[in-house]
Structures are given as C-alpha cells and as structure tokens.
Design a protein around this ligand. Structure first.
Ligand code: T1G
Length: 697
C-alpha cells in the first residue's frame, strides 16, 4: 500500500502532498503520517513555509466516515489540527475539488488558504447526522462570522471559490496550478515576514443574545426530527460564550451525542449503501452519445439529465408536435436551472445545444446508448426494439424505461437481448436521483456495467434489480398502498393516513402521492397486473375514484380537492362518503384506527415484502432496497430505509406486530416471509444476514 502522503521540497518551501485515494479521507493512517510530517517540517530549519495539497481530484473529503462506528484511534483529528495550527512557520492550504467536513476544518487550521475554481468547500456533516467535531464550530465563526457559520453548518451545502472568497473563508483564488500558485504565495509571505495566523488566537466575534434563539426559531420543524441541526446551533453558541478550548470540548460532547444516535447511524449507512457495489468500470462501454425515444415528460427529463452531464442526445418522436413540445421542455428546464444558479448560463446553453430532435429512428444508428421512453404498451415497445435491434450499431446498449412491463419480453424482440436491460427512471426524471437498472435474463455484464456507469455520470444512483412485476420499488409499493387502502375502508381517512406517515417521516403521504402521480396511472397499471390479489377490497377506493374521473391534481379532484389558487390539498367530504359507501357494500366494519397502527401496517408490510424480494433474488441486498425507498419513494433518510428501520426496531418486535395483524386481518397479507420469520426467531437482522452472505457463510 503506497504511503498516504509525500513531502516535496521546492527550495525553502515544503509541500505535503496528501495521497490517500480515493478522496484523501482523513483515515487513521493518513492522520498518523500527517502528524509525523508536520513535526518533521516544523523542526527543520531549512523549511521556511509549508504548503498542504491533495493529490487527485480533491483536497480532503473529510474524516473517514467508516471509522465512526469504531473506537477513535489517536491522533484524533482535533489533536492533529491543533499541532498543524501551532506550526511556527506559515502553512498555506492549496485547495481544489472537495474540501469538506474535516477537510474544511483542516483548511481552517492552516494559516492561509488559496483555492482553484473547482473548489467545493463546506460542512456536510449535518447530512450524516453529525456536526463538525474537529474545531470547525470554533474556528469558522472567527473567520466568517456567525450567520455564515450557521448557514454553512446547519445547511450542509458546499460553496464555490467565489462565495468562499467573498466571505473570507478563502484568501486567494488561483486559476490554473494551485500547487505552484500556493508555493509562490508562500515565498511571498516569507519574504514579507508574514507570521502564522492562528484562528484560535482570535476572539470570537460579538454575538447578540437573541442570535441563536432566533436561528433556532427559524429552523423548519423537520430539522428538529434530527439530532444534528439543533446541536450545531448549540456548539456554535458555545463558541460565542466560552473560551476556545472549552468551546471545542463542548463541540466534541455534542458530536458524540450525534454520532451515537440511530439517525446518524442510518444516514452513514445510506452514504455507503448509495455508493453500493463496485461500478464494474472495466466492463462498461464508452458512452458519449445517446438516443431517447419518446419526447413526453419522461423522455424529456431523461434527455435533460444526459445532456446536462455532457452527452450528445438525439430525442426522437414520431409526432412533430410532441417532439417540438419535448424540445421546448428540455430548453426551458435547463435554462431555468441557470436562472436558479444551479449551473452557469454558458453551461446551460451548451447543454441545450447538445440535444437535437428527429422524427426518424434511423438517426439512432450510430449512438452508443438508446433509452426508450415510449408509450407503456408491450406491443409498442416490442416493435421499437425490433427496429432498434436492426438499425443500432453492434456495440450500442439498448435500455427501456418501462416501469411495469416484462424486460425479457421487450429484449427478445430486439434479437440481441444481451444488449438490452431496463433503465427505470423515476418522475421527474431530471430531478429524481434513483434509477432501477433491470437485469434481463440475457443482459450482458457489459450492458449492466454501462448503464451503472452512465447512471453515475448523470449524477444519479443506479441500483441493479431483477425483472419481476414492479421490479423492487413498485412491487413493494403495492404492499404499502394495500394497507392504506384497507385502512380507508376500515374507518380511517386520507388525511389521517397521510398525516401519520408524514409524521413518521415519509416525504408525502400515499394518498397525496396518488393524487400527484395520477390515480388513472395506477388504475391502468393494476388492470395489466395478472397477479393482482383476488380481493375486492384491494385498491377499491383508488379504483372507484379513477372510474369517477377523479385523477388527483391533474383533474382538480382525487383523494383531495385542489380548488385553491395555491393548489393545496383540501379534505373532500364527498370522498369520505364514497369510502363509507364502498365499505358498507363490502361489509367492512368501521373503527377508529390509531396513528401507530397506520405506521406499523404500512411500514412493516414494506419490510415483509422486502424480505420476500430478497429471498427471490430480485434485490441483491437489504441495502439496495433501502436505497431504492429513500431515493425513489421519500422514505425518511434518518431511518435508513424500510429494512434498516426494521432492524433498528428489532425483527422480533416487527414479527409480533405482524402476528397481531395476521390474527385481525387474516393470513393473506400478514404471514411473515420465511426469511423474516427465521431472522426474528434467532434475533438476527437483515444486515447480519447480508454480511453472512457476503462472507459466504
Ligand atoms: N469517508 C470514507 N469514504 C469516503 C468519503 C469519506 N468521507 N467520501 C467518499 N468516500 C468514498 C466513497 O464511499 C466511494 O468509495 C469513494 O470515496 C468515491 O466517493 C471530522 C465529522 C468527496 C464529493 O460528508 O461528498 O469530516 O464506492 O462516489 O462522486 O468534523 O465522496 O469507491 O469504494 O462519492 O467523486 C464529511 C463525503 C465527513 C464528504 C466525491 N465529509 N463525500 O464525490 O465520489 S464527516 C463528507 C462526498 C467529517 C469532521 C466531520 C463525495 C465527494 P467506493 P464518491 P465522487
């Protein structure tokens, strides 16, 4: 294993070049080597200044997140940064790429900070349920003040070099070779007799007594569901009211409280789960051009994602008016991103220019990748893939965006099934991060690796899943939705169910989601499902609403009314009457249903269905299921996903509740999946089961 850093001399300036792939995370071995290097250079009389720089694309991506579940090993980052800041000669941070979390705190412990244009500096700890625990809460306010510190740390979003320079976090922008620029600057500093500038020597800026109380009051209610945001404010407040070292001690205490929380464990679990299995880069084919078939909402969204990531895109639609509308949507959406500051105007113009329209499939003969997003009908898709199989070049990968149809049936029509797989985007495709990559029976390794690589390149999370009805996400959605539909008939209401699940942390309750997606869409899909349970109560209310033309937001009425100018959902007495009438017709007894039952039945139904999907090999791991539900269905990230959550509750407790519902509801839906039952029996967890499989146990 190579050394995690190297010392390079440039005359009287010594450069510490961190080299700890893939992102220079401050793992134990890097901290140890860095401490040794600092002590050596600080005591070397021939060294007049030190530059700290990172090899690769990043400065330092932060502490090593994987170390937080193990006992901390000295030197702790706090100690290391105290020693770095204590150097008796100027230390210049040469920043590029990511300088995040502990990486930003390391930059703060340096005396001077230079950065290139690709800098992304910030404090994302809050997204991991943590807080900056290595001095950031004490040093940062001394440099940029309280408001910027509160924004950066409770928001967690990195900033670029211009913003960092504007607030004083970066002293000097260097375009081009930041290492060389920093070395030249270090020489200037030495020549000018500049001394080390230590933030710990500065007093904390004045803070009004109300500042932190006002900040707390302004934080959204959802921020208080997590341990970190409030504790970040506490840590910063301690910096305003206590001497440096005591404030640092307080920050460490608060950090430890966060680190031990189940929310932080869940968020750190997801961080690695979302980076999943290896990208199999060696097998991936090169993709620089793509064709998208179908210029509707999904096709345009997919085209936007591809073009924004730098791919040349040919958007094909046989209807000129649909194509024109699709191209207009692509342009307006990308230009809108520039207006919102998400990309530069120049980048937006370049992305729009990368998308061209055509009415002729033959224009796709030379593209590297085709993504079909045509009408959700098997005959239509099979016809298209038969043509694509003929006209596309041999190395092209052919993907279908189907959400419910059999990928194998579509692949077979192409005559080259090895080149075909599913690429199930979630709507809106340019926003939602999740893509289910559906493995067909004959999908080759190259095809799957190529789709994984393209998904990563367009900034999304690709999860490879098996080919069954609804794949993983929508298959589990039926179990979740089934329970809420049954509880409507049993006496609950759309607003009670949505409120209970939103309080649990779901981004949106299932009835509101149905109204958003369109109740007609679900209605059509259920008609095509040949394994639909033989139960007249199954999605009875959703079906009745769709049959009445109450499709949801698009028709102004669904589970809710959307009359107001703000289009906010309003309870609708007519819906309650309809539900009661259906319940009466079905002979379903009415009762009051507690929030706890609503959450248990919907969430445990997910875990049980997830266990079945694992047993059948449709999902490769519980973590894949959790990534799908947290990125495609709004499952609360601080609970880790349905499988992680079930582990956290305890499978024995989950099974006990399921047995209770089995007694009340009957065995049709509540018989525990054998895997779940056996794990509960031996007090196991889904995570432990997966680890055992990984070890080949
Ligand atoms: N620790 C451990 N591994 C990390 C890591 C980290 N901080 N960051 C990335 N990796 C791994 C990742 O798992 C993947 O591994 C590979 O690097 C490439 O990652 C003390 C408490 C830097 C913007 O939250 O945001 O510091 O899959 O695919 O798209 O107070 O990684 O290859 O095996 O994301 O180019 C705070 C997290 C930590 C930053 C690069 N820092 N990382 O994006 O690559 S807490 C963060 C990122 C902390 C201090 C506090 C991104 C990136 P594998 P990738 P990328």
């Amino acid at each position: 294993m190579n050394a995690p850093l190297a010392i390079e001399r440039d005359g009287s300036v010594a450069v510490i070049m961190l080299d700890h792939p893939p992102v220079n995370a401050l793992a134990h071995r890097l901290r140890t080597a860095l401490l040794t290097a600092i002590e050596r250079l600080d005591s070397d009389p021939t060294v007049q200044a030190i530059v700290l720089h990172g090899a690769g694309r990043n400065f330092i991506a932060g502490a090593d997140i994987s170390e937080f579940d193990q006992p901390a090993q000295p030197p702790l980052l706090n100690e290391l940064l105290f020693r770095l800041e204590s150097c008796n000669k100027p230390v210049v941070a040469a920043l590029h790429g990511a300088a995040l979390g502990g990486g930003a705190e390391t930059a703060l412990a340096c005396h001077y900070r230079a950065a290139t244009s690709d800098l992304k500096i910030g404090f994302p700890e809050v997204t991991l349920g943590l807080l900056p625990g290595a001095g950031g809460t004490v040093r940062l306010p001394r440099l940029v003040g309280w408001k910027a510190s509160l924004e950066l740390m409770t928001g967690g979003k990195p900033i670029d070099v211009d913003r960092a320079t504007a607030i004083g976090l970066v002293d000097r922008r260097i375009d081009g070779d930041v290492r060389a620029g920093a070395v030249a600057w270090a020489r200037e500093l030495v020549a000018g007799g500049a001394l080390p500038r230590r933030l710990r020597d500065l007093g904390a800026p004045e803070a009004t007594a109300e500042l932190f109380a006002e900040w707390r009051a302004a934080m959204p209610a959802t921020a208080w569901r997590l341990p970190a945001p409030g504790r970040i404010v506490d840590a910063l407040e301690a910096s305003a009211t206590r001497p440096f070292d005591q404030a640092l001690d307080r920050a460490r205490e608060l950090f430890e409280e966060c680190r031990r929380s189940s929310e932080s464990r869940a968020l750190r679990y997801l961080f690695f789960a979302e980076r999943g299995s290896s990208l199999d880069r060696d097998a991936a084919l090169r993709v620089e051009s793509a064709g998208v078939i179908g210029a509707g909402t999904m096709g345009a969204g997919i085209a936007i994602s591809l073009a924004t990531a730098g791919l040349a895109v040919t958007l094909v639609d046989s209807k000129p008016e649909s194509l024109a509308a699709g191209l207009a949507r692509v342009a307006s959406t990308i230009e809108g991103s520039a207006r919102k500051g998400r990309m530069t105007v120049a980048d937006a113009a370049a992305a729009v220019a990368r998308v061209r329209g055509s009415g002729d499939l033959k224009e796709l003969s030379a593209v590297d990748l085709v993504i079909e997003a045509a009408f959700e009908n098997l005959a239509v898709k099979r016809g298209l893939f038969a043509e694509l199989g003929e006209l596309c070049k041999p190395q092209a990968v052919l993907a279908t965006n189907t959400s419910t149809l059999d990928v194998d049936a579509i692949a077979a029509a192409s005559g080259r099934a090895a080149d075909v797989a599913g690429m199930h985007f979630f709507s809106p495709a340019n926003i939602m991060r999740l893509v289910e990559i559906v493995r067909g029976r004959e999908s080759s390794r190259a095809t799957l690796a190529t789709l994984r690589a393209v998904t990563k390149r367009i900034g999304k999370i690709g999860v490879t899943v098996g080919n069954c009805y609804g794949f993983v996400g929508n298959c589990m959605l039926y179990a979740y939705g089934r329970e809420k539909e049954l509880m409507l008939l049993e006496g609950s209401t759309p607003e009670a169910i949505d409120r209970a699940l939103e309080e649990f942390g779901m981004a949106m309750g299932p009835n509101a989601v149905g109204d958003l997606a369109g109740l007609d869409i679900g209605y059509q899909a259920r008609r095509q499902w040949n394994e639909r349970p033989d139960d007249p109560r199954f999605y009875r209310v959703s079906d009745r609403l769709a049959e009445l033309g109450r499709y949801g937001q698009k028709s102004g009425r669904g589970f809710y009314r959307y009359d107001g100018s703000d289009r906010k959902r309003q309870p609708d007495p007519e819906v309650l009457e309809l539900i009661r009438a259906e319940a009466k017709a079905l002979g379903v007894a009415q009762r009051k249903i507690a929030d706890s039952e609503i959450v248990e039945r919907c969430i445990y139904a997910l875990a049980n269905e997830g266990a079945r999907i694992l047993e059948e090999g449709i999902a490769a791991s519980p973590a894949d299921i959790d990534v799908i539900w947290c990125n495609g269905y709004g499952f609360p990230r601080h609970r880790g996903g349905p499988m992680f959550h079930a582990d956290t509750i305890g499978l024995a407790i989950v099974i006990e509740a399921m047995r209770r519902y089995e007694g009340e509801q009957g065995p049709q839906y509540w018989t525990p999946t054998p895997l779940l039952a056996s794990l509960a029996e031996r007090e196991g967890t889904f995570a432990g089961w997966q680890a055992g499989r990984a070890d080949g146990v």
